[in-house]
Design a protein around this ligand. Sequence first.
Ligand SMILES: [Zn+2]
Length: 255
Amino acid sequence: MTEKFNAICIRSVSWRESDKLISLFTLEKGKVDCVVRGAMSAKSKWRFAVEPFCFAEYVLTEKLGKLSLTEANQIDGFYGIRYDIDRLYCASAVIEFVRQNVYENMKAYDLFLLTVNALKSIEEGAYPHLALVKYLIEAMDAIGYGARFSSCGRCGKPIGNRAFFDFDAATPLCENCAHGTASEMRPETLGLLSEVANAPQELFKSPDKNDYPSVFSDEKSTYFALKFLAYYMEIKSGLTFKSLSDVLGGFNVVQ
Ligand SMILES: [Zn+2]
């Protein structure tokens, strides 16, 4: 049986002498694993197809209960990601999110489109770190852990000089509404999260910094926004995010 998938390669490991085992995030069926025979040999046609981040149409054939690649047509290799260490770390965090949250036979149409968009924004956009922030906000929402970042979740008023976040309710709280369990956070960080959450996804593909709101150049808040999201995801989904510490390690922020 032969099946065609629109998919992104999310993992690639050596298998036997010259084969590769790859995991695909497919639009059609969530996670699908397959063997790519001879992928390591110099004359293999499918070397591009076993590269992480490769977005292609993969044709897989089942033989003796195992799927193997019979054809691949590349849609986008996102090669620009590999020329910049920050972009590479951000894209790796996107792929790690997918590996941890996508499973077999999962309908993940929204998450798939978000992932393709995020990889493009990380490759070409002026703010790859904020493209990652945007992705994590939207992707958490797509898997059922959405949060709000604008105005107090209890009284609805704008957040003033002191900002708090209630992790159970996934909402910010103002100084008057915050009780014992809410954590205080930098209002600038919350402001940036809110700007990123409200900005259209297409914006993040622009390589021109002038297209973005001025708060996007606030590196310190970008750093804390990523830290916040790492913590948020750990609380909500119980998953720790190894590649986010690589991303955070690239910042020069006085804490
Ligand atoms: Zn309030």
